[in-house]
Design a protein around this ligand. Sequence first.
Ligand SMILES: Cc1cc2nc3c(=O)[nH]c(=O)nc-3n(C[C@H](O)[C@H](O)[C@H](O)COP(=O)(O)OP(=O)(O)OC[C@H]3O[C@@H](n4cnc5c(N)ncnc54)[C@H](O)[C@@H]3O)c2cc1C
Length: 376
Amino acid sequence: MENKLEKVDVAIIGVGVVGLAVAAELSGGGREIIAVERHDGFGRESSSRNSEVIHAGIYYSRDFHKTRLCTEGRRILYELCPRVDIPFRKCGKLIIAIEKGDLPVIAALKERAEENGVEGLRLLSRGEVRAIEPRVRAEGGLWSSGTGIIDSHRLMAYLEKKASCDTTFAYNCELIALKKKGEGYRVVIRDADGEEYEFFSRVVVNAAGLGAERVAIMAGIDTAAAGYRIYPCKGEYFRVGGTEGALFSNLVYPPPTEISLGLHTVVDLQGGMKIGPSAFYVDEVDYTVDEQHREDFFRGAEKYLPELQRDNLSPDMAGIRPKLYRKGEAERDFVIHHEEDRGLPGLINLIGIESPGLTAAPAIGRYVKNLVEKIL
Ligand SMILES: Cc1cc2nc3c(=O)[nH]c(=O)nc-3n(C[C@H](O)[C@H](O)[C@H](O)COP(=O)(O)OP(=O)(O)OC[C@H]3O[C@@H](n4cnc5c(N)ncnc54)[C@H](O)[C@@H]3O)c2cc1C
């Protein structure tokens, strides 16, 4: 391994859906690429701990990467999935006004989304919401026909296979040091047996999700000054079982909160139903779901699902968002930046890739490919 990896063109740190999308885009041109991942396979963190929704690009500012790359990523996914047999469903989504006071909020969302170029939006009356979701209580709603769901594991498996012609996947290997050296970077990784390997890479793409701030620090960046501090924000899901299995059949979202899209219904491609994700800041990465939170889930969701029963909610899974802002602070965009201006040419940081990062991933891959091609 040491000999083979003495010198590579591109090192990608982190093999979630974003690292995979970057690897898949860069592969095929004969470059030597290594993708380093501390776990034993792809997508063990945020990329497999999310709602698997293909977002339409409704919520964010027009000039945000979050909007542009989500819209482009969605377009790529709807073209790609049927072509390469990745399970998906363009099921649409309902954003509801739980109270009358929410009606102007969803009307404003529609306006913003249309400015963002999102198509297929329609304001619904209370009766129209009821016709789509008879057991949902709402004063009105916004229908988004462009929203869907996807099998994220199958997407990642496809990207890994596509990338594998030029990419060596170094699983069970953690990046432990990164230093500028000549025309590139000295990269040090440690495998599961504690063995350390060192190699040189012209370009380094930091796609390390929750670990991305640490990678930037290794490269010598003052992350507080750069605005790269990550504030982990946990989201738990509770499964809906029992008689409520058919309580809803669509994605139903309440109006968004300051830090999340709200406690919504999640339908998966296997017919499973969940409610989530919640949103609270944490100090540690711990994916357990606290059963004590059942009551909060029940109270949050019964506002629009009046037939929901507390006892039919069971802890399911959790994910953690790598947020760049705390509660009360202005929302931040994804950081996708070539660090040439910090004296680190060849280092591309992808930081704060929270939702809609799954949807945006294929477009992020293309965006990063353009940056890499300007460097190599
Ligand atoms: C609760 C929740 C719900 C979401 N719902 C949606 C949704 O419905 N639709 C949507 O579009 N997006 C959604 N997202 C966002 C989406 O899941 C993420 O944006 C996306 O998965 C980010 O992918 P990633 O590859 O950047 O990160 P990750 O999947 O976290 O991958 C980063 C990888 O880097 C590795 N790593 C870190 N440090 C190191 C190191 N030092 N050495 C080696 N490897 C390292 C980690 O092990 C990890 O595997 C949601 C996110 C959450 C948390």
